[in-house]
Design a protein around this ligand. Structure first.
Ligand code: ATP
Length: 242
C-alpha cells in the first residue's frame, strides 16, 4: 500500500575511518509498509541500521522521518519518536526474566497509564504466547527462536512507529524462521511499519511489499518483494538457483 513516506534516506554515505562502507544510498519506506533490505555478508546492511538508529553518523546525505530531518539527532531522540531497533544477535538480557526483559523495552518510551502498559503487554503476549507462558524464565535460558521472539516483543513494548529488524532469521532453524516471519507479517498487518534487513531471500522477499538489493555499499535493485523473488539475477545470487 503506497502512502506518504514515513522514512526517506537520501544519498547516505557512511565511513569507518577512511573506508567508505555506504556509497550514497537512497531508499524510502511508506507508512504501513513492510520493506526488506536484502544483501550478502558485508553488503552494508547493519551499517545502514546503525545510521538509522543514530549509532553511527553519516558523512553525507540525510535521513527524514515523518517529514523531519533527523540526521543529526541522538539515538535517544529517535527512540522517543518511535524508531525502534531489534539488533542483530538479539542482545536480550540473559540474567533477567522474560517479563523484566519486556519491561526494559518501555524504558525510553514511558506509558501514560498502567492500563496502556497492560494493553501493550497483552498485545505482545497475544503475538507470542510462548513469552506469556515463560514470563518468569530467565532470558538466557530461552532457545534461540524464543530469544528472537523476546527481542521483538521487547521492541514492541516501546510502541514503534518504525520497527527496524536486523537479520531476525540469523542462526535459527528453517521452521523457526518461518514462524518468526509469520509473526513479523502479523505485526505489520496490525499497522506497524517495518524495515527488515535480511540474507534469507525466500522468506523476506515473499513476505515484503517491496525490497531493495544491496551489494557492497550500493543499492543495485528495487522492486516488489514477489517480483524480486522471481528475478533471475536475484535468484541466482540469493536463492542458489538460476
Ligand atoms: P553482515 O550480514 O555480515 O552483518 P552487513 O551487510 O551488515 O553484513 P556491515 O556490517 O554493514 O555489513 O559492513 C559493511 C562494510 O563495513 C564491511 O566491509 C565491513 O567490513 C565494514 N565495517 C563494518 N563495521 C566496521 C567497523 N566497525 N570498522 C571498520 N569497518 C567496518
Amino acid at each position: 500500500p503506497q502512502a506518504q513516506p514515513l522514512l526517506v534516506i537520501e544519498n547516505l554515505a557512511v565511513h569507518y575511518g577512511r573506508i567508505e562502507a555506504l556509497h550514497g544510498i537512497s531508499l524510502h519506506v511508506a507508512n504501513g509498509e513492510l520493506v526488506t533490505l536484502l544483501g550478502a555478508n558485508g553488503a552494508g546492511k547493519s551499517t545502514t541500521m546503525r545510521a538509522l538508529s543514530g549509532l553511527h553518523k553519516p558523512t553525507t546525505g540525510r535521513i527524514m522521518f515523518e517529514g523531519t530531518d533527523i540526521t543529526a539527532t541522538t539515538t535517544h531522540a529517535r527512540v522517543r519518536s518511535g524508531i525502534i531497533q531489534v539488533p542483530e544477535g538479539r542482545h536480550i538480557f540473559p540474567g533477567m526474566t522474560v517479563l523484566e526483559n519486556l519491561d526494559m523495552g518501555c524504558y525510553a518510551r514511558k506509558f501514560e497509564s498502567k492500563a496502556a502498559y497492560r494493553e501493550t503487554l497483552d498485545q505482545v503476549f497475544e503475538l507470542f504466547p510462548r513469552l506469556a507462558e515463560r514470563r518468569g524464565q530467565y532470558g538466557g535460558t530461552m532457545s534461540g527462536g524464543e530469544q528472537q521472539m523476546l527481542a521483538i516483543g521487547r521492541a514492541l513494548m516501546a510502541r514503534p512507529r518504525l520497527l527496524l529488524l536486523d537479520e531476525p532469521s540469523m542462526g535459527l532453524a528453517p521452521k523457526v524462521i518461518a514462524q518468526i516471519f509469520a509473526i513479523i507479517k502479523q505485526i505489520n498487518a496490525g499497522g506497524t511499519t517495518v524495515l527488515l534487513v535480511e540474507q534469507n531471500a525466500q522468506q523476506a522477499l515473499s513476505r515484503s511489499d517491496r525490497a531493495y538489493i544491496m551489494e557492497t555499499g550500493v543499492i543495485t535493485k528495487e522492486g516488489a518483494g514477489r517480483a524480486l523473488l522471481h528475478d533471475n539475477s536475484v535468484r541466482d545470487a540469493y536463492l542458489g538457483v538460476a
